[in-house]
Design a protein around this ligand. Structure first.
Ligand SMILES: Cc1cc2nc3c(=O)[nH]c(=O)nc-3n(C[C@H](O)[C@H](O)[C@H](O)COP(=O)(O)OP(=O)(O)OC[C@H]3O[C@@H](n4cnc5c(N)ncnc54)[C@H](O)[C@@H]3O)c2cc1C
Length: 443
């Protein structure tokens, strides 16, 4: 059993299949050199989750470092395994890697079995009647619910054959990070869900308020497969807050589906027409990017979000949308710059949700948010952080300004906090001007 984005033991179909196939199961994790491209907070969290997984199997987890296409067949040959089980991966890198590993195993007379997925419904399985994909979320989510999913299963009885009987490299190095990470491992994820579940009824009302603890904070757990969405969906009731929560899980599945069908959309505009949009990439643009990333734009809600990201490896969804909109429509920078920064810092960094969260905001992706709908950071802040509590938590320079006045660009500011780096009204007009040029040009 080769673990990847499924660092748990319960409700894991690939592990069940492995246990059913052989008497003993060798648990493997490959420390792939490709991981070095990922951000430190995410890799640190992965290392913590692996330690928890290893503990939950009595220290049997076998680590091997190197290219999976070499390491996996080598271990299979060493232990005499003819069948290697994995949860299927749908990302562009994972698919190419698994094709290479499957071919290498095949040459050695063994087989790679992809069983189960990280999603309630496998990407590619929700289709219109004519077999084509949904380009828009709402009809996708209706068909996704109609498709349905099985009930979660429990923990599999497994006889492990691993460390120390099987030779093993060390666990992956845990890179240094200043971010305070969430509790790692399958048990911690279930504890968080048990704590959050009684509050799901309020989710619809509070999920947009970044100062409240109104969301599950399970995105990193889902990213690493500490739990499966099926397990969460099974606990939901036919009630408003519960339905909204299921819808958010459906967004995750929608974006995985879009990326699966269009792997190029990880870094290119899904909507090719928007490639003509003028973006700034000169030295001044790099300086604007630096201020955005550092959380010193002078727009308190944007700065609070960027500092929450740096300090915790997570940012509230409403604020992710606001900082993304600010980068694209107030600073006129390529969304890819922001997406790359997010991937470097997010513990839940996931190519599908991140690239398409950015493209949704940039108006280049699935067509729910047209480009000309531009967030005003100040009115959004007054609406969703009316008392200013979120901003004061993350921007200590503004701690002395009471209530929602903290968001007002015209308000007196302490000398250690910058004036707004751009005028939103001016940049909004500039963004619309650029958009009109694309619209006219494409006729
Ligand atoms: C620009 C941008 C970038 C994003 N990048 C990522 C990313 O790299 N990884 C990631 O997991 N989410 C990403 N999101 C989606 C969303 O912001 C996070 O999933 C959410 O904030 C995580 O907090 P939570 O677990 O408390 O969410 P909850 O509100 O409790 O939602 C439950 C789960 O549903 C899923 N979900 C919720 N909203 C979305 C959404 N809009 N899109 C996709 N899935 C969603 C997540 O798995 C989440 O854990 C991004 C959104 C934007 C606007």
């Amino acid at each position: 059993m080769w673990f990847r984005r499924d660092l748990r033991l319960a409700d894991l179909p690939a592990l069940q299949a492995a246990a059913a196939e052989g008497r003993r199961v060798v648990p493997l994790f490959v420390v792939d050199p490709a991981f070095e491209r990922s951000g430190h907070p995410r890799r640190a969290f992965m290392a913590d989750c692996l330690r928890a997984l290893d503990e939950s199997m009595g220290g049997s987890l076998v680590y091997r470092h190197g290219d999976p296409a070499q390491v996996v067949p080598a271990l299979a040959a060493e232990v005499g395994a003819l069948d290697v089980f994995v949860t299927r991966d749908y990302g562009p890198y994972g698919r190419a890697r698994d094709a290479a590993v499957g071919a290498a195993l095949g040459r050695a007379g063994a087989r790679l079995h992809g069983i189960g997925t990280p999603y309630a419904v496998p990407p590619g399985d929700v289709n219109k009647a004519d077999g084509t994909a949904y380009a828009v979320f709402t009809p996708f989510s209706k068909m996704w619910r109609a498709h349905g999913w099985g009930a979660p299963s429990g923990t599999t009885d497994v006889e492990w054959f691993g460390a120390p009987d099987v030779p093993c490299d060390g666990p992956p190095a845990r890179p240094a990070t200043n971010a305070v990470l969430p509790a790692a491992g399958e048990r911690a994820a279930h504890r968080r869900w048990d704590e959050f579940l009684p509050a799901v009824g309020d989710y619809r009302d509070v999920r947009n308020l970044p100062a409240s603890d109104g969301t599950s904070r399970l995105s990193a757990a889902l990213r690493w497969g500490l739990l499966h969405p099926r397990q969460l969906l099974a606990d939901l009731l036919p009630q408003p807050g519960h339905d909204t929560f299921a819808s958010e899980l459906a967004w995750r599945e929608f974006y995985a589906d879009v990326l699966f069908r269009r792997p190029d959309s990880a870094s290119s505009n899904l909507n090719a027409r928007m490639a003509a949009m003028a973006v700034d990439t000169d030295a001044a643009a790099h300086e604007r990017f630096r201020r955005w990333a550092a959380g010193t734009t002078g727009y308190p809600i944007v700065d609070a979000g960027m500092r929450q990201l740096a300090a915790s490896g997570w940012m509230h969804n409403r604020v992710r949308m606001l900082v993304a909109s600010f980068l694209v429509k107030d600073l006129h920078l390529p969304w890819q710059w922001g997406a790359r920064h997010f991937m470097r810092h997010l513990v839940d960094g996931d190519l599908a949700s991140n690239s398409h969260g950015w493209q949704w905001t940039a108006g280049t992706g699935t067509d729910a948010a047209p480009y000309f709908r531009i967030f005003n950071p100040t009115t959004q802040a007054l609406r969703f952080d009316p008392d200013g509590d979120y901003v004061r938590t993350w921007v200590p320079e503004l701690a002395g300004i009471a209530g929602g006045a903290v968001h007002e660009p015209g308000a007196r500011r302490p000398p250690d906090y910058p004036q707004p780096m751009v005028d939103h009204a001016v940049e909004r007009d500039e963004a619309l001007h650029r958009y009109r040029q694309v619209s006219v040009g494409s006729r």
